[in-house]
Design a protein around this ligand. Structure first.
Ligand code: SF4
Length: 218
């Protein structure tokens, strides 16, 4: 008679540990792909990310790029200097801040930036293998994890509805319970933004209130 020892009960790490290990593998794959694709375009990964952000969000200052990408200002400045030398980015005075420069991609820089924006697409293909329910659950989990990392100061606090001053969580019943006050439009859970260019960071206390209301409707 065979004995079924609870081998895997004793030899399996907790789910959070195994999810973290899985994310680490995914992160390595992302890094490798972005490095290869940037290299193929004659750019560093940071230069590619800068062009991608400028194409997606319009002209920004070096400080704004640093905040959005979570990269130090000296690293951004070095990359921008090379991009200007390669005539992929131009500097112009920023009407909002007299001493700052706005960085704008040239035509060539914009076309490279548009291509760089598609670099994570191989990951979207992998996510496409998940069912619709799995994708929704995964999106909710990813959003909660990013928020947690943002609140710990480990990734830049920008772009997400759940930390935005315009966000109104759970204001109605039904498929679109949330609302964006900026464009005065309803939002479904799966439509929440992770990288909205119009995001306006809510103050600390308001962010906590938004999060509680988001988690506990009613
Ligand atoms: S402005 Fe953007 S981030 Fe803010 S609530 Fe509206 S869609 Fe979300």
């Amino acid at each position: 008679m065979s004995r079924h020892l609870p081998y895997f009960e004793e030899h399996t790490e907790a789910i959070p540990t195994r999810i973290a290990a899985g994310l680490h593998k995914i992160g390595l794959a992302m890094k490798q792909q972005v490095w290869q694709q940037a290299n193929g375009e004659g750019l560093s990964a940071t230069q590619g990310q800068i062009l991608a952000v400028l194409v997606g969000q319009g002209p920004l200052t070096g400080k704004e790029l640093s905040e959005r990408l979570g990269v130090t200002l000296p690293t951004i400045s070095d990359s921008v200097r090379v991009l200007v030398e390669k005539q992929l980015v131009t500097r112009s005075p920023d009407p909002r801040h007299p001493r700052a420069s706005l960085l704008t991609p040239t035509d060539k820089g914009a076309s490279l930036g548009a291509r760089a924006r598609s670099w994570p697409e191989f990951m979207a293909d992998a996510v496409g293998d998940l069912s619709a329910d799995e994708q929704r659950a995964f999106f909710a989990g990813v959003m909660k994890m990013i928020r947690s990392l943002q609140e710990q100061g480990l990734v830049p606090l920008s772009g997400m509805c759940v930390t935005c001053t315009h966000f109104r969580p759970n204001v109605r019943q039904g498929a679109t319970p949330h609302h964006c006050a900026l464009v005065d439009a309803p939002l479904a859970a799966e439509q929440l933004r992770l990288d909205c260019p119009e995001h306006a960071r809510a103050p600390d206390e308001v962010r906590q209130q938004l999060w509680q209301k988001f988690l506990k409707p009613g």
